[in-house]
Design a protein around this ligand. Structure first.
Ligand SMILES: Nc1nc2c(c(=O)[nH]1)N[C@H]1C(S)=C(S)[C@@H](COP(=O)(O)O)O[C@H]1N2
Ligand SMILES: [Mo]
Length: 252
């Protein structure tokens, strides 16, 4: 079964506001022409590496603008249970059905700038304070859907393990080979969840079992499924899509 062959779960009218937002972000990025950038960055556009460097600079400019506009107080819209998209679509970087079963004796590894590096079992995660949300998941491919997730707010978890909250990034590694990362400000946003449940049931494997990130203030590729490890670090960890040119910030 190919995820990308699935039909979009919502119509174009419903996702228009999101598309408009994405377009505005695109405008922001194009506001500086490549030529203008040569002056700003000193990149030589006559060479491939020069063009690469200029594009890198545009992306970093965009990330900086987005980070400056981001506020921990600004919440993503929430919805009534009746708005939940059914059936709910599955998406992943692999083209064919390759959902990995949850490894035996799964535990979430914690590393980097944290005081307590002990791994977390599911019962231990379930014993932490829980929070739910009904929010819209927006994929960069141009579709969106509304779902309900509950689990441990990431800021609660980071404080519990004694993470250095002045570190710049939190990185996420998944057992299906995926990875992504967040800037610390976004990691501490009150709606950023380590989700255990989808519509009040434990996550199914294709939707991220046993634990996934759910961050409604970012594009869908940041909501890492099938988590295996979390690291707190000052070095930009990148990620599966980030390393192929997607925004590090990727706000919606
Ligand atoms: N482990 C893992 N997490 C992932 C992905 C993936 O391929 N593997 N794809 C991302 C992308 S691009 C999207 S749009 C969402 C899809 O989430 P869903 O299957 O719950 O709709 O998961 C994100 N998290
Ligand atoms: Mo996506």
């Amino acid at each position: 079964m190919s995820a990308r062959r699935n039909r979009p779960a919502v119509g174009i009218a419903e996702i228009r506001p999101e598309l408009e937002r994405l377009r505005r972000r695109g405008f922001l990025r194009n506001a500086l022409s490549l030529g203008g950038l040569t002056l700003l960055t000193g990149c030589d556009l006559a060479t491939h590496s020069g063009v690469d460097a200029a594009l890198e600079a545009i992306m970093r400019f965009d990330d900086r603008v987005q980070a400056a506009l981001f506020s921990r107080q600004r919440l993503a819209a929430t919805y009534e249970a009746s708005a939940i998209t059914r059936p709910y679509r599955f998406n992943a970087f692999y083209a064919e059905w390759q959902v990995r079963p949850v490894p035996d004796n799964w535990a979430l590894a914690v590393s980097g700038q944290v005081a307590d590096r002990r791994p977390w079992t599911l019962p231990a995660l379930m014993a932490l304070p829980q929070q739910g949300q009904i929010t819209r998941h927006i994929c960069i491919e141009g579709w969106s859907q509304i779902g309900q997730w509950s689990g441990v707010p990431l800021h609660v978890f980071l404080r519990r393990v004694g993470a250095d909250l002045r570190a710049r990034y939190v990185s996420f590694t998944c057992f299906d080979g995926y990875s992504t990362s967040l800037d610390m400000e976004s990691a501490l946003h009150p709606q950023t969840l380590l989700a255990l449940d989808f519509v009040n049931q434990p996550l199914a494997p294709q939707w991220g079992a046993p634990l996934r990130l759910r961050i409604p203030t970012k594009l869908g590729f940041k909501s890492a499924k099938n988590l295996q490890a979390i690291e707190v670090t000052n070095k930009d960890p990148g990620g599966y899509w980030e390393n192929q040119g997607y925004d590090q910030f990727a706000g919606v």
